[in-house]
Design a protein around this ligand. Structure first.
Ligand code: COA
Length: 329
């Protein structure tokens, strides 16, 4: 429906309390605080307890966002959870979260778009609301990445953490809300970041466990090259679709938090001052689909994003997939 604007009615986030610092990692693998800090920008990350699953993190973030929207779980009509670490292959984590929060009236599904998952989920929710099918949607990016992290692989284990960010979306009045959405994918690169076993290609077996194939595998430097190019192009495309005259009109960039060096390079290429980027990577590492969701919620709660601000969400991840969204807050 032309003319219907969709925006954010409430935001919330949750990160588990346990901190794993770079100093802790120095005791686990051959690495150093100096290497991790200079190569990635990460100082520490959050680790969920053994008995905590992705749905538990999502539940806390969801309840915070629903409260912030002045709604109750029974008001929620659709739940979309973006995750690559669902509680189990099926049922969807969205159904489990529906049960945990008592959102009995909501339709539920998960989407898998890795680190761009939260943006893909926002784009889907926007369409359902615009079409008049649902009045609102709860969108959550939630991950327990430490459950698929190989703690003996220094190339990857220093990068990831656990957390969840949520938003309640709905119709908004005036000129605020989502101004543009740009999504993309390049499946030819599906091999460079993956969880090889546990699906229909390589079902779990003693062999897959012995070969450590239930942990994520990544070609870091390959991804790095793609990331800068993709995030730059996505941000520029979204700004153009939104009709911005120049990237300088963007007040705050809320990017996927993969690496400080990637984000600074992207800002430079797009022509946005580094001070406009919201970083939380130093505290949380890369939380895949939860990264952008937590960053947005934190930035709003900390009043780093204010009413009337133009913000850019910009993310890329395994697939490869990417997305950029311009919002007037
Ligand atoms: N501590 C110390 N040394 C490490 C290390 C660690 N934790 N991890 C890797 N190294 C070493 C490597 O073994 C390599 O040593 P070598 O030259 O003797 O072989 C060296 O550091 C350089 O490795 P390289 O992979 O080229 O480093 P890099 O500058 O590309 O940084 C990443 C590695 C992973 C931080 C970086 O490539 C990156 O951030 N990539 C993108 C990742 C990403 O975005 N992933 C998620 C997608 S959403």
């Amino acid at each position: 429906m032309e003319g219907v604007r969709v925006g954010f009615l409430g935001v919330g986030y949750f990160v588990p309390p346990k901190i794993l610092s770079n100093a802790d990692l120095e005791k686990m693998v051959d690495t150093s605080d100096a290497w991790i800090t200079t190569r990635t920008g990460i100082k520490e990350r959050r680790i969920a307890a053994d008995n905590v699953a992705t749905s538990d993190l999502a539940k806390e973030a969801a309840l915070a966002a629903i409260k912030d929207a002045d709604l109750t779980p029974l008001d929620i009509e659709l739940i979309i959870i973006a995750t690559i670490t669902p509680d189990m292959q099926f049922p969807s984590t969205a159904c489990i979260v529906q049960d945990k929060i008592g959102a009995k009236k909501a339709a539920c599904f998960d989407i898998s778009a890795a680190c761009a998952g939260y943006l893909y989920a926002i784009a889907i929710a926007e369409q359902f609301i615009k079409a008049g099918i649902y009045k609102n949607a709860l969108v959550v990016g939630a991950e327990k990445l430490t459950a698929i992290t190989d703690w003996s692989d220094r190339n990857t284990c220093v990068l990831f953490g656990d957390g969840a960010g949520a938003s309640v979306m709905g119709k908004v009045e005036g000129d605020k809300g989502i101004l543009s959405v740009y999504l993309g994918a390049d499946g030819t690169q599906h091999d460079i970041l993956k969880l090889p076993a546990g699906g229909s290609r390589l079902p779990a077996s003693h062999k897959t466990v012995d070969e450590r194939l239930h942990y994520l595998k990544m070609s870091g430097s390959e991804l790095f090259k793609h990331a800068v190019k993709i995030m730059t192009e996505a941000g520029e495309r979204a700004a153009k679709i939104a009709g911005l005259n120049s990237p300088q009109e963007i007040d705050c960039v809320i990017p996927h938090q993969a690496n400080v060096r990637i984000l600074n390079a992207v800002a430079k290429k797009i022509g946005i001052a580094e001070e406009k980027i919201y970083f939380n990577i130093e505290r949380y590492g890369n939380m895949s689909s939860a990264s952008t969701a937590v960053a947005l919620a934190e930035a709003v709660i900390a009043k780093r994003v204010k009413k009337g601000d133009i913000i850019l969400l910009d993310a890329f991840g395994s697939g490869l997939v990417w997305g950029a969204i311009i919002i007037k807050w």
